[in-house]
Each structure stands twice: as structure tokens, then as C-alpha cells.
Design a protein around this ligand. Sequence first.
Ligand SMILES: [Zn+2]
Length: 147
Amino acid sequence: MEIATFKAKCKNTECRHDFDAPLLSDFSYGEFLYGTIDGKEVRYYCSLDCEIWDFIDQTVSRYFGKKNREEIGVMIQKTVGFVADRQNTEIYFTQDIYCPQCCSKVRSIDTDDKTGRGNYAHLTFEEFRQLGEWEKEKLIDTCLRKI
Ligand SMILES: [Zn+2]
């Protein structure tokens, strides 16, 4: 997936690393970017017609049906990054942007400073897909306790 990139600056005073960070346009309904918490990888995810999203939605809604849709939406988004395939079990995906050099959270991207375009792979869920229904729910439950 090709996505425009913008200049991001790490605010950690000992790092101050400049790097390119992808940003979706405001019109990208149902689309998200996920980055690993070590800042090494960014992936694209589209929730529309995604059965993983629907499954998480059903589970989260069953647990937290009393919360409003917006809060439930945030929980689903966080869970998606947690259950997506990853190389290292400690390093999951979030919607936050992390500096690839010092791994601290980067709070802003300069949207006036477009740096180009990058190609980003999609989030995948092969491992999650292979789990049984009960294992899937258990994993979602683990995730909800962490967020
Ligand atoms: Zn940094």
C-alpha cells in the first residue's frame, strides 16, 4: 500500500532523530496505520470487510456492551494491533508512532513537510486465524486487560 510520508522528529533530547512517518489522509474511513513499539515497522490495516475486526467487535461488545461505540471502537483498534502477526511476541503493534532509533513515543508529525511516499505491507493475522474460537476470545481478553 502506497502512503504519503511526512517528517517526524523525535522529541527525546538525547536522540532528536528525524525520520519519515506515513500518514493517511482524513478521508481514509476504516483505514489505520499500525507501528511496532520498537518503531522498526509500520503497517497498513483496513477494517472494512475484515472478519478479524468483526470477530473482535463481537467479543468486545459482548464484554463492554454498556460503553459507547467510540470507546468500543478504540478497544477494537488496540486489540487489532495486539493480535496481528509479529516476529517477536514482546513487540506488538499500536497506532502510536515510535522513534525507530530510541523507541520513545513521537507525538507529532509535521503535516506541512511531506517527504515522499512509502510502500507499506498490510497487517496480517495468520496466527490468530488458526486459533480456535475459545483461544481467540482468551487472547482478546488478555489484550483488554493490558490496555
Ligand atoms: Zn528517538
